[in-house]
Design a protein around this ligand. Sequence first.
Ligand code: UDP
Length: 511
Amino acid sequence: MILVTGGAGYIGSHMCRLLRERGLPHIAYDNLSKGHVESLPGTPLVCGDLHDTDLLTDVLLAHQVRAVVHFAASIEVGESVADPLAYAQNNIGGTISLLQAMRRAEVRDLVFSSTAAVYGNPDTTPIPEDHPKRPSSPYGFTKHAVETLIESSEAAYGLRAIRLRYFNASGASPEGDLGEAHNPETHLIPIVLQAALGQRESVAIFGSDYPTPDGTCVRDYVHVADLAEAHLLALDALTRGVTGAFNLGTGTGYSVREVIETCRQVTGHPIPCREAARRPGDPATLVASDTRAREILGWIPTRSDLEQLVADAWRWHQAHPMGYVAQEPVEAPGPAMRRSEINALKRSAAACFEAHGWTLPPDPKWDVTDFGLGDWRREGLVLVNLAEEPEYCEKLMYAQRGMVTPAHHHRRKKEDIVCRWGRLAIRCHAAGGGAVALRRNGSQTVVEPDQPFVLEAGERVTLVPGVVHAFWPESDECIIGEVSTQNDDVNDNVFEDPRIGRFPGILEDVV
Ligand code: UDP
């Protein structure tokens, strides 16, 4: 079994597709902060965060994983300059967590997704793997730091690793169903193709006074399907005792102007462009020496010819002008709940209380929220569809006794929250406490843990599977709502809010 971290991302999803095609058992692990579930048809997905070492360990052990292909990382140079600590935390911290989990589970083989950005501004071109590493951005620094950590872990713990340094990953699946869908998009080829589609007025050429033949930056563009193939070869090479770093590029560079011209030819669109200032941190030329990957891994790129690569990308962009999001059916808001339905729910809750010998608070504030498991907060009543789900009543009772909501609700599967009446305010966080991405009426919204998101009557939010590690009602606003859950495993719920210590009775009852 192979674990693919970041499996729902651009390159990770191509890797998973290749593993599926070859019939190789694998699972994706992704927090879906950037990735797309839609890119993984047929691949089992564990939704989790890289920082969740326990979950990672569980997954490695439970699935008897023998090798990890580690793509999950933040990848934007500009973003890393703006927030270097976040980059270090995610890329370095996340990999430390993964390496720890691998140690615990005794998984030894690792293929790591690195980058040409570790070299910085090169002294020579094409760049050999032993070229000095002088990353010119925090992003490149994090990748270099991880490479160093991996090397130390090989020496210290018997890890066996191959580090693959991608040059400019581009293109889309030849079938046109998987492609590049970053938000915001910063990469040249998708930007040029968006201009061809009329989604952008023009393309800015970042710098036209570089010491290159036409003054624009030269890059080594490599097809994403070829990159996936290299990972498969790397997994195989590890079993032969091969380790170390490998460039993944073609050895041929193209300037920004040449790329734009190729896109014009492939698409038949004029694609207006304009000259703009240099983008900070861009080296003039980045071209790989690709001999090591060819000779040792036996890697032969077959789709990285620029015209072919752009043609594949163009097919994807035409079919998916809005990326993956537009493929989601946009759900119409459900009907608001009628008064009579609310009263019926209240009556059934009252009956349920009575059946358990409990009394309702004198003036209960009714929060008709179905969280699959009756989540609870002070003086409120969290009501699951009691009539249909009698087993939830018990949990509702326990919650009632506590008079506080000590429970976070944990989910790793899909569920929707529908506000059927009034307003529903919910807070949630990802594993590790970070922001989560939710689909709201068909488009993705990022919600910070300290900000409630409020649903008005009739609105629906899809909790992207596993992204939401925990959610709970916001005490001052939560009025009424309903979760329609497709989770058949109620035991999936875990109570682990630190405040639980103050309510041992609840914990005992629930456990
Ligand atoms: N580029 C550009 N205009 C854009 C985006 C990129 O001129 O709108 C240039 C960029 O400065 C670099 C090259 O295209 O020289 C490739 O950039 P990309 O972001 O695709 O990849 P990078 O080389 O930064 O990994």
